[in-house]
Design a protein around this ligand. Structure first.
Ligand code: ADE
Ligand code: ZN
Length: 331
């Protein structure tokens, strides 16, 4: 271990918000097996160890294939509750005081699970997290970009009776070949509904996808966005607009966006004045929850110290969709 305990203690203890966590990506192999048994679902893997051994990814798509297979054990409202509750217990241990959770309804409605089942289970866990753990949370519905815009419109229709249960929409799944422009009309409709808007862009896809997300979808945050550095004028724009990036260091290494954590550009992004945040993305698949992301990143990048730790925590609250009144109360 190259560095000192005091910095690790600060990273662990500081209050923080998590803004980029796919709740289906928090499903641990142990819970996958428990739910498979409870629901009588057959799995391709013999054991928890065999499943975990399959978590070696060469890119985003090779991860997504196994992530969607893992989600196939989720059938009942209590399955969604149990998954989200397990995340909130981990979040409390990491001193997360606010979380904005992505969920992928199409992964479930495609298998015949009603939208209502998904959202009721997740909402119940959010309520209980507030009551029992003091964690505030919100849900963000993500459209799967490998599916059609028509499918996204259908999903939005199914979601409308539950409009008060989620605060925004995002765009995830296979990035390359599925630019933000494919979803321009459905996001316009979402803006009319008063929903917050985010999108994954510039993870595997080019910086032009980040520009499309800004210009066509009118996002309020970019998820990942690390490839913005390939276009200096785009970096300048992101700085000028204080456009947050929700960066996921361990994810980026597991999905081979960067070869090693020591190659990660997060310190450079902060240095240039970007509102970058640290997040776990899919912690059950990528080797750690939020504090693990902070600790490994700070160990890998010697430019990062206490000042940057405070900046990242502050950025996570600035970039959150917590209401202005609540933010003022924190000051
Ligand atoms: N779905 C879950 N995790 C994702 C990621 N990192 N990128 C795109 N879609 C995802
Ligand atoms: Zn993601």
């Amino acid at each position: 271990l190259t560095h000192h305990e005091p910095l690790n203690a600060l990273l662990r203890r500081m209050p923080k918000a998590e803004l980029h966590i796919h709740i289906e990506g928090s499903l641990e192999p142990e819970l996958i097996f428990r739910l498979a048994q409870r629901n009588g679902v057959a799995l391709k893997y013999e054991s928890v160890e065999a499943l975990r051994a399959a978590y070696a990814f060469k890119d985003l798509q090779s991860f997504l294939d196994i992530y969607y297979a893992g989600a196939s054990v989720l059938l009942k409202e209590e399955d969604f509750f149990d998954m989200a509750w397990a995340y909130f217990e981990r979040a409390a241990a990491d001193n997360i005081v606010h979380a904005e959770l992505f969920f992928d309804p199409q992964t479930h409605t495609e298998r015949g699970v009603p939208f209502e089942t998904v959202i009721r289970g997740l909402h119940h866990a959010c309520q209980r997290a507030h009551q029992e753990l003091g964690i505030s949370s919100r849900l963000i519905l993500c459209f799967l970009r490998h599916l059609s815009e028509e499918d996204a419109f259908r999903t939005l229709e199914q979601a409308l009776p539950w409009r008060q249960y989620f605060i925004g929409v995002g765009l995830d799944s296979s990035e390359r070949g599925h630019p933000p422009s494919k979803f321009e009309r459905v996001f316009a409709r979402c803006r009319d509904l008063g929903l917050h808007i985010v999108a994954h862009a510039g993870e595997e896809g080019p910086p032009e996808y980040i520009e499309e997300a800004l210009d066509l979808l009118k996002v309020e945050r970019i998820d990942h966005g690390v490839r913005c550095v390939e276009k200096p004028e785009l970096v300048q724009r992101l700085v000028r607009e204080r456009m947050p990036l929700t960066v996921c260091p361990l994810s980026n290494v597991k999905l081979r966006v960067f070869d090693r954590l020591s190659d990660h550009n997060l310190a450079a992004l902060l240095e240039q004045g970007l509102v970058a945040t640290v997040n776990s993305d899919d912690p059950a698949y990528f080797g750690g929850y939020l504090n693990q992301n902070f600790i490994e990143l700070f160990e890998a990048l010697p430019q990062l110290g206490a000042r940057e730790a405070y900046q990242l925590a502050l950025n996570s609250f600035e970039a959150s969709f917590v209401e202005r009144a609540a933010k003022d109360a924190w000051k």
